[in-house]
Design a protein around this ligand. Structure first.
Ligand SMILES: Cc1cc2nc3c(=O)[nH]c(=O)nc-3n(C[C@H](O)[C@H](O)[C@H](O)COP(=O)(O)OP(=O)(O)OC[C@H]3O[C@@H](n4cnc5c(N)ncnc54)[C@H](O)[C@@H]3O)c2cc1C
Length: 408
C-alpha cells in the first residue's frame, strides 16, 4: 500500500515512521528544501519534546476531549521509549519539561531522519501540495509541475504559526476543499503588546515573576516564570502560557489586562518592612538613587512615574507609608492593558483547526473522506507551553501512521 504524508514536520515524520514500520511504501511531500525545519527552532534550539506531567487538561480546542484516546495510544511512556530507541536520552528540566540529553534540537531531527532513511521512506522536498483529490480509491497529490498518487494520505501540514518555517495554513484550504470544517484559527503561545510609552526604555529586562490575565469580569489565568519586557510589551514562558486565553478575549472585543508581580516571594507587608528599613538607612539619598541595587536601574524612573511621583529628588527619608505603598503597588501589581498580540510570524502554536469531531478519535481517519488521515497542529488541538504541542504531534502522527497502514 502506498501512503503519502503531506508535510515533513514533527507529526509527518512520526507518521511516516509508523506507517513504514508496518510495511507500507511511504513518501513524504515537503514544501521546504528540508524536512523538520520547525523542530530545529523548538525550545530555543533545545527541543522541549514532551512533558512528564502529560494530561488532557494541558490541551485546548473545541472538542479537546476527543484527543484523549490518541494521547493514551501513544502516551508519555511510549514517546520516551520511541525516542530512546532512536538514541535520544531524556533530560528532565524544570516543570517536567523533557529535552534531549544533548540539549540540541538538531539531535531530535537527526534521529528521526536516520529512521526515515533506514525505513526507505521517500522524501520529496520542495514539493508544495496545492491540491488533493480523491478519485475512486486513489488520491491525487497535485503540485505545481507534477501529480503523484497514493492509496492513503496523511495530511500533516501544521497550522499557521511561524509560516517562515513552512506552515502557512495551506493545509486548512486542502482540508476544507475536501469537506472539513475549520474551527476559527488564531495565534496561541504568542507575545503580548501592551499599552505604555516606556517599553523601549525597559526592553530586555528579565525577572522571575507572576503574571495574571484578567478582564473587567474575571481572572483569566495566572502563571509564573521568567518574564521579559520588550519594545512592544511583554514576553517569556508565563506570557506565552496565558496568551491563548487572552487572545480569545481580545477576539471577542473584550478589554483585557495583565498584572505583573515582580516580587512574588515577598508579601506586600514584608516588602513594606524591607523598603522602609532601606529608605530609613539611606534617608539622605534621592528616591531616584534609593532604589539602585534593589531593582534594575532602567526600571526606576518608569516605576516611580507609574507610582505617581513627579519629583525623583525627594529624599528617601521623607517618604511616608502611603508613598512607599504606591511603589509597592507597582512592584507587586503592575497593571497594563493588552492592546494586541504579535502576529502568526512570532506565534509558536495555532489555536483552532480541523474540527476533531470530523475525524475518528481512535484512528484520526477523516469522517468525510475515507483513506484520509490528519495529524498534528492542523487539527483543532493546541497545548500549553512546555512540550505539549510536540507531544500532540508525535502522538497524532504515530496514530495516523499506524492506523493508515493497518486499517483496510
Ligand atoms: C519557535 C517555535 C518553538 C517551539 N517550541 C516548542 C517546544 O519546545 N515544545 C513543543 O512542544 N512545541 C514547540 N513548538 C510547537 C511545535 O513545534 C509544533 O506544534 C509542532 O512542530 C507541530 O507539528 P506539525 O507536524 O503538526 O506541524 P509543522 O511542524 O508546522 O510541520 C508542517 C510541515 O508541513 C509542511 N507543509 C505545509 N504546507 C505544505 C504543503 N502544502 N505541501 C507540502 N508541505 C507543506 C511545512 O513546510 C512543515 O514542514 C514551537 C513552535 C515554534 C514555532
Amino acid at each position: 500500500m502506498k501512503i503519502a504524508v503531506i508535510g515533513g514536520g514533527a507529526s509527518g515524520l512520526t507518521a511516516a515512521i509508523a506507517a513504514a514500520r508496518n510495511g507500507s511504501e511511504v513518501a513524504i511531500y515537503e514544501k521546504l528544501n528540508k524536512v523538520g525545519k520547525k523542530i530545529l527552532a523548538t525550545g530555543n534550539g533545545r527541543c522541549n519534546y514532551t512533558n512528564m506531567n502529560l494530561s488532557i487538561d494541558k490541551y485546548h480546542g473545541k472538542n479537546t476531549k476527543l484527543a484523549e484516546n490518541i494521547l493514551e495510544f501513544f502516551d508519555l511512556k511510549r514517546t520516551l521509549n520511541f525516542f530512546e530507541d532512536l538514541g535520544i536520552n531524556p533530560y528532565i528540566g524544570d516543570q517536567g519539561k523533557v529535552y534531549p540529553g544533548s540539549l540540541q534540537a538538531s539531535s531530535v531531527l537527526d534521529v528521526l531522519r536516520y529512521e526515515v532513511e533506514r525505513l526507505n521512506v521517500g522524501e520529496v522536498t520542495e514539493f508544495e501540495v496545492l491540491e488533493l483529490r480523491k478519485n475512486k480509491d486513489k488520491f491525487s497529490i497535485i503540485g505545481r509541475d507534477s501529480v503523484h498518487y497514493a492509496d492513503k494520505v496523511i495530511l500533516a501540514t501544521g497550522g499557521k504559526a511561524s509560516p517562515q518555517l513552512g506552515s502557512d495554513g495551506k493545509g486548512f484550504e486542502i482540508a476544507s476543499s475536501l469537506g472539513h470544517r475549520i474551527i476559527n484559527t488564531f495565534p496561541a503561545l504568542v507575545q503580548l503588546k501592551l499599552n505604555g510609552k516606556f517599553f523601549k526604555r525597559i526592553a530586555g529586562i528579565r525577572f522571575d515573576g507572576v503574571v495574571k490575565g484578567f478582564t473587567d469580569k474575571k481572572v483569566i489565568r495566572e502563571e509564573d516564570g521568567e518574564i521579559l519586557f520588550t519594545e512592544y510589551g511583554i514576553s517569556g514562558p508565563p506570557i506565552l502560557q496565558i496568551s491563548r486565553m487572552i487572545v480569545e478575549e481580545l477576539n471577542k472585543n473584550h478589554r483585557v489586562y495583565i498584572s505583573v508581580d515582580m516580587f512574588p516571594q515577598i508579601s506586600k507587608f514584608d516588602l513594606y518592612d524591607i523598603l522602609n528599613t532601606r529608605f530609613n538607612k539611606i534617608g539622605y539619598k534621592s528616591i531616584g538613587d534609593g532604589l539602585i541595587g534593589f531593582i534594575n536601574k532602567k526600571l526606576i524612573p518608569v516605576i516611580l512615574t507609574e507610582a505617581g511621583f513627579e519629583n525623583f529628588d525627594k529624599k528617601c527619608g521623607k517618604l511616608n507609608k502611603k508613598e512607599i505603598y504606591k511603589i509597592i503597588d507597582i512592584l507587586k501589581d503592575w497593571k497594563f492593558e493588552v492592546t494586541d498580540h504579535n502576529s502568526w510570524q512570532q506565534a509558536q502554536a495555532t489555536a483552532g483547526g480541523v474540527d476533531m469531531s470530523e475525524v475518528n478519535s481512535n484512528t484520526l481517519e477523516s469522517l468525510k473522506v475515507k483513506g484520509l488521515f490528519l495529524a498534528g497542529e492542523i487539527l483543532d488541538v493546541d497545548g500549553d507551553c512546555g512540550g505539549f504541542n510536540l507531544q500532540w504531534a508525535w502522538s497524532s502522527g504515530y496514530a495516523a501512521g499506524h492506523f493508515s497502514s493497518t486499517l483496510v
